[in-house]
Each structure stands twice: as C-alpha cells, then as structure tokens.
Design a binder for this molecule. Structure first.
Ligand code: PHE
Length: 348
C-alpha cells in the first residue's frame, strides 16, 4: 500500500514538473498536450481514477494535490494559448500548423449607391456626357444666386441649408446644380455634363429623407436644344435603368433655374403600371426634376441665351436605388450593415 502511495506522489510531482516545463514549438502542440494530460485517457485523468482506490485517511492530502495538478495544467494551457494567439502562432514557428485549412477572406462588394451611380453615369456617357465634379462646401452664388433663386426663396431658409460658421455666404451645397454653374462659367457650348455628388439638407432623418444624400444632375447646352431632346434623353435613360418596357410621363413643375420645368414619373416596374403599394396605386413613380435652362441662368454664367439653349435634369440616387432594388428604408444605405450590403454582391 505504501508503495502505491509513494508511486502516486512521485507521479503527481513528475506531471507537475512536465506542466511547468512544457514549451510548445507550434500552437497545435498545446492542444495535443491538453489531450495527453486532461483528455479521457489523459495522464491526469488516470490519476483521478487511482485516487478512488486510495485509503480514506489519505484522500484529503491527495485530493488537494490532484486538484492542484489539474488546475495548474489548465492554467498553463490557457496561458500558452493566449500567448500563441497574441503572436499569431507559438514559439519560433509563428505560422503555426501549415497543414490546417486556411480561413476564407471575406470579399467586400460595391455599395448599392455606387452601383446605381456608375450605371447612370454609364448610360449618359453613351449619349456623349462627361462627368464633372465640384466642391461640397460652396458659396451662395453657385448654389442659389446664379441659379436664379430670388433672395427671399424658401430654399435659402436656414431650415434647408447648412451654413458654415454662421457665414450666410458659405454653405454645404443643397444640390449638385452648383457644379453645372461652375461648368458653364468655364466651358463654352456645346456642353454635355453629368454631375454626381453628395448634397446636404437640414432635414429630419426618416425612412424617406436624410440630411446627406446623393444626386446626379445633367446639363446639355447647344444651339437649338429643345424640350423634345430632353424628353427623348430621359426616356432613353428610363428604359436603360428600369427596363425596355418602361415609359415616362412629365408633369408641369417649378424650379427657379428652369422654364418650363417638369417632374418626371416612370411607369412602376413592380406592378407594370397596374398600381401597387410602392406606387401607391397610381402606376407611376416620381424619379426626377427637369426643364429648359432659364435664359437668366445662361446669362449669369456668361453664355449667350439668344444663341444657345439647353436642358437640365436632376435626380436622387437613393431614390433610384430604392425603386430599382425595392429598398424600403433610405437609412439602410448609411448604416453599412454587411447583411444589407451583401445582398448586392451579384448586382450589376
Ligand atoms: N436641382 C434640383 C433639385 O435639387 C433638381 C433639378 C435639376 C431640377 C435640374 C431641374 C433641373 O431638386
């Protein structure tokens, strides 16, 4: 009996020494060590079995010793695991076990707003338009005054416009028409530009409005440009974006910088014009504003309004993407939840 007790004591001490001395070369060795010590057939586990047959008066001493051994082993394994993780591998070999399968890289995808912007730009580039960009922080002239906004126009109201440092002349652009003014000031007709960009309006955020959104506006100026040209260009655009079956209608509207002005509706691509909850039973979806550039605007930008005429149009990218992809809440575009974004992985 004494022999057996001594043997047990010796074994516990030996295992303790091995635990303290264990230095893995690669991370995978830690798991092997754990199985060899604490697994079902492990050495520490086997001692626990031996403990059952020990004399009752020795149980206290060996119970403590075995518990200590088990705890030390666990502590040591956890410590080594943490070290290996921190180093990206264990010991000298930082790569770890090279035979283990690699973890797949998650590929990102284009944001739906970029997808739609690219598509719209591509459609108009086929009609000979080039992309123009401009600053997001603008002055009153480029956003309002050059565009024929009377001084008392409500769009200049603090409600809609973010002003920079209380200076009424410096503001965040509320539409990308400001880019068109810059283009007209610097280029001679014929002009054909498409102006994508971020715009800012001081609006309460909801499922259908945000204080930051994206627009694409277009401008075409040449001799003899007519409303018929505008209508054909928009019809072509609508068919390219919403499908060959798409039709448009124009409703009279008002913008300070165009005369006449119109609001464009496209036939609802979800119900085919029959009426559904997206088009609120009308069969039509509003997609953009447009019109013939007001002669005052041409003159403000140094273009001879007797010789040249032109049309302009502007649309919200969020809205087009909502209609195209059936997105019901505009805030989703800005939250960057990968579960939402991954739905566009295979979109064009
Ligand atoms: N700038 C207008 C807006 O932001 C859109 C528009 C552009 C309307 C060009 C007509 C012509 O709402």
């Amino acid at each position: 009996m004494n022999d057996k007790v001594n043997e047990l004591r010796g074994k516990i001490n030996e295992l303790l020494e091995r635990v303290e001395a264990f230095k893995p070369k690669v991370a995978a060795e830690i798991e092997d060590f754990r199985i060899r010590m604490l697994g079902k057939k492990g050495e520490v586990t086997a001692l626990m079995e031996d403990f059952k047959s020990i004399a009752p008066e020795l149980k206290r001493e060996f119970g403590q010793k075995l518990n200590n051994l088990k705890n030390r082993t666990l502590e040591q394994i956890n410590k080594l695991r943490e070290e290996a993780e921190a180093q990206g591998g264990a010991g000298e070999n930082r790569i770890g076990d090279m035979s283990r399968p690699g973890s797949a890289e998650q590929l990102g995808s284009r944001h739906p707003l970029s997808l739609v912007t690219n598509q719209i730009v591509e459609v108009f580039s086929r009609l000979g338009y080039t992309v123009a960009e401009g600053p997001e922080i603008e002055n009153d002239w480029h956003v309002f005054s050059a565009l024929n906004f009377p001084p008392e126009h409500p769009a200049r109201d603090m409600q809609d416009t973010f002003f920079v440092e209380k200076n009424p002349d410096i503001l965040l652009r509320t539409h990308t028409s400001s880019i068109q003014v810059r283009v007209m000031e610097h280029q001679k007709p014929p002009i054909r530009v498409i102006c994508p960009g971020r715009v800012f309006r001081n609006e309460a955020i909801s499922y259908r409005a945000h204080c930051i959104f994206h627009q694409i506006e277009g401008l075409y100026i040449d001799e003899g440009v007519s409303f018929a040209d505008l209508k054909q260009s928009i019809l072509y655009f609508a068919k390219e974006i919403f499908g060959e079956g798409a039709t448009i209608r124009m409703r009279p509207s008002y913008f300070p910088f165009t005369e006449p002005s119109a609001e464009v509706d496209v036939s609802c691509n979800l119900c085919g014009g029959k009426g559904c909850n997206v088009c609120k039973g009308t069969g039509w979806l509003e997609i953009m504003g447009c019109g013939m550039v007001d002669p005052n605007v041409l003159e403000n930008c140094g273009i001879d309004s007797k010789r040249y005429s032109g049309f302009a149009f502007g649309m919200g990218v969020e809205r087009i993407a909502m209609l195209k992809y059936g997105v019901k809440d505009l805030r989703l575009y800005f939250e960057n939840d990968v579960r939402f974004l991954h739905q566009f992985d295979s979109a064009l």
